[in-house]
Design a protein around this ligand. Structure first.
Ligand SMILES: *Cc1c(COP(=O)(O)O)cnc(C)c1O
Length: 483
C-alpha cells in the first residue's frame, strides 16, 4: 500500500514514511492510494478476535511495509490491560432499544484520542529505532489530543513533543493532565489565541521545509494518517459486537449507523474509510456543537470555514473547531479522488472563503451515507440529565452532543451506535449543572489537580516558536550523509 497527496503533487510513499509526516509535501494531506476491500466473509472471520488481534488484522492492510509479527506486538502493547481499564478495550453499553454507546474512553487520558495515540506511540518508536532517526513532534490541541500524545510519547527515546494549546480554553483537568508531566521530552506551550491559531502555527512551521528538515519535525495531530488508520479498528469492533446476537445468516446484511461527535473530522473520517472498505455502515451522522461549519456543509453543500473570532467557546470544548483539516480527505473522495479538482477547490476556498459543492449535495447522503446535526449547551444539559434519569448512566458533554443528534436520525430497525468520546469526570461542571451530582476524579488520577504545572506562555508568533523549538529539539547523533 502506497500513500499519495490529495493535491496530487507527492511521490507515493510507504506507511512507515507517512507515519512521520502529517501534511504531504505539496500542502495536501496524505491518503491511501486505494481503499482495501473486505468481503463480508472476511469481516465475519474476524468475529472471534480480541481487540489487539482485530487491530493487527485491519492495520496490516495499511502498514504493509511492517512485518505482521511486529505489528501484532505493537497492537498488543498499545491495547494492553495496564493502559485500558475495560477488559474488552472498547465496551458497548445499550442506552435504550436502538441506541448504544461505544466506549472509546477507557485509556490513560479518559478520551477517545488514546485509541489511536497509544498505537501511534508504539509505531513511531518502532520506525524511528529501525531507521536511526529522531523526531520532534509539533502539535496543536484543544485539550484531548495533546494529553493523549504526551501520554503516548512521554519518556520515549529520540522523540520530543512540542504541544501548543489555546490559553484559558481547556478544563482544569485537561490542563492538569498535560502541564503536570515532568518528562524532559515534553514541552507544553500555551498560545494567546484559539485552537485554530495553534493549528495555523503548526501548519506554518510544518510548511517551512527547511526548518522542518533541520529539526526533524513531525505531527501527531488529527491529520496524522497513522491515527486515522488506528481509528478504523473500533468501527469494525463495534459492528461485530452489535451483530453478535444477530442470526448468522442475517449478519452480513445487518447495517448499523454511527453518530460521531466531531471537531477536526478525524474520528468520522475513519468511519468513512471503514464504510468504503465494505463494513455495513448505513449512516454516518456527524454531531456538531455550536461551531457547526460541518453541519452546515452536510445540509447545504457549502463548506465555509469560520475565523477564530467566530469560533465559540462551548461546554464541549474539544469540538470548538471551525476549520476541520480532515475534511480535505473526504472532499477528495467526493471529487472522484482527483487531485487537480481538489487543488482547484482549495484555490476557490483561498480566494472566496468557501467551496461550493451544492452540485454534489445529494451524493453526500446517498453515496457516502452522511447526515448531520447541531447540539447546543441547552441540548447537552438536557441530554445528560435525561440519560442519567432514564438509565443511571452519566455521559460527558461531547457524547451528549452525539446522543442528541443521534436521536434525530433514528431509523426503524437500524441500531444506532454513538461514539463515547470522553469520560464525564473530565467535565464535572456541566455534569453538576445537569444532574446535581459532583463527580470526583477516578482515584488513580485524583492527585493530578494538585501537582505543579509546567507550561510556557507565548504570543501567537511563529518567530518565537521557531526559536523555542530550535533550542530544545532532540537531535540525532548520526550525521546525515551529504545529499
Ligand atoms: C477530539 C475530540 C472530539 C472530536 O474528534 P475529531 O476527530 O476531531 O472530529 C470529540 N470529542 C472529544 C472528547 C474529543 O477529544
Amino acid at each position: 500500500m502506497k500513500y499519495i497527496s490529495t493535491r496530487g503533487g507527492m511521490a507515493p510513499a510507504s506507511y512507515s514514511e507517512i507515519l512521520l509526516e502529517g501534511l504531504a509535501t505539496d500542502g495536501g494531506l496524505v491518503v491511501p492510494e486505494t481503499v482495501p476491500q473486505l468481503s463480508s466473509e472476511r469481516i465475519e472471520a474476524m468475529r472471534g478476535l480480541s481487540y489487539p488481534e482485530l487491530a493487527t488484522e485491519i492495520l496490516s492492510l495499511y502498514a504493509t511495509d511492517i512485518p505482521r509479527e511486529d505489528l501484532a506486538e505493537m497492537c498488543a502493547a498499545a491495547y494492553r490491560a495496564e493502559s485500558f481499564v475495560a477488559d474488552e478495550v472498547v465496551p458497548l453499553t445499550p442506552l435504550d432499544g436502538q441506541l448504544s454507546l461505544v466506549g472509546l474512553s477507557e485509556g490513560p487520558t479518559l478520551a477517545f484520542k488514546d485509541m489511536a495515540m497509544q498505537f501511534l506511540g508504539q509505531a513511531l518508536e518502532y520506525v524511528l529505532a529501525r531507521t536511526d532517526r529522531t523526531l520532534n513532534i509539533i502539535g496543536a490541541t484543544s485539550g484531548d489530543t495533546g494529553s493523549a500524545a504526551e501520554y503516548a510519547l512521554r519518556g520515549k527515546d529520540g522523540i520530543a513533543v512540542f504541544m501548543l494549546s489555546p490559553q484559558g480554553r481547556m478544563s482544569d483537568f485537561q490542563r492538569a493532565q498535560m502541564y503536570s508531566l515532568t518528562d524532559e521530552n515534553i514541552h507544553n506551550i500555551a498560545i494567546e489565541g484559539v485552537f485554530d491559531d495553534c493549528q495555523n502555527l503548526v501548519k506554518e512551521l510544518s510548511g517551512d521545509l527547511d526548518f522542518k528538515r533541520a529539526h526533524t519535525l513531525g505531527t501527531v495531530n488529527s491529520i496524522n494518517l497513522g491515527r486515522i488508520s488506528a481509528q478504523m479498528v473500533y468501527y469494525f469492533w463495534a459492528w461485530l459486537r452489535a451483530t453478535d446476537a444477530v442470526a448468522e445468516a442475517e449478519r452480513a446484511s445487518t447495517a448499523v449507523s454511527f453518530t460521531v461527535p466531531s471537531g477536526n473530522f478525524g474520528n468520522i473520517l475513519s468511519g468513512h474509510l471503514a464504510r468504503a472498505m465494505g463494513l455495513p455502515i448505513r449512516r454516518l451522522v456527524l454531531a456538531a456543537n455550536e461551531n457547526n461549519v460541518l453541519d452546515e456543509f452536510f445540509r447545504t453543500g457549502i463548506y465555509a470555514p469560520r475565523g477564530s473570532a467566530e469560533t465559540y467557546l462551548t461546554s464541549s470544548p474539544s469540538m470548538d473547531i471551525s476549520k476541520a483539516s480532515n475534511i480535505e480527505r473526504f472532499i477528495f473522495d467526493v471529487l472522484g479522488r482527483d487531485g487537480d479538482r481538489l487543488a482547484s477547490a482549495w484555490a476557490e476556498l483561498a480566494e472566496t472563503g468557501r467551496i461550493d459543492l451544492t452540485a454534489e449535495l445529494g451524493r453526500l447522503e446517498t453515496e457516502f451515507g452522511f447526515q448531520s446535526g447541531t447540539s447546543t449547551h441547552a441540548d447537552r444539559v438536557a441530554t445528560i440529565r435525561d440519560i442519567h434519569a432514564t438509565t443511571g448512566i452519566i455521559i460527558d458533554p461531547h457524547t451528549a452532543d452525539g446522543v442528541k443528534v443521534a436521536r434525530e436520525h433514528l431509523e426503524d430497525g437500524v441500531p444506532m451506535l454513538v461514539l463515547e468520546t470522553a469520560k464525564p469526570e473530565k467535565f464535572p461542571e456541566i455534569v453538576f449543572e445537569a444532574t446535581g451530582e459532583r463527580l470526583g476524579m477516578p482515584e488513580h488520577l485524583a492527585e493530578l489537580l494538585d501537582l505543579p504545572q509546567h507550561v510556557t506562555e507565548m504570543a501567537d508568533d511563529a518567530a518565537q516558536l521557531r526559536e523555542f523549538i530550535a533550542a530544545r529539539a532532540v537531535r540525532s547523533t548520526i550525521v546525515p550523509s551529504a545529499p
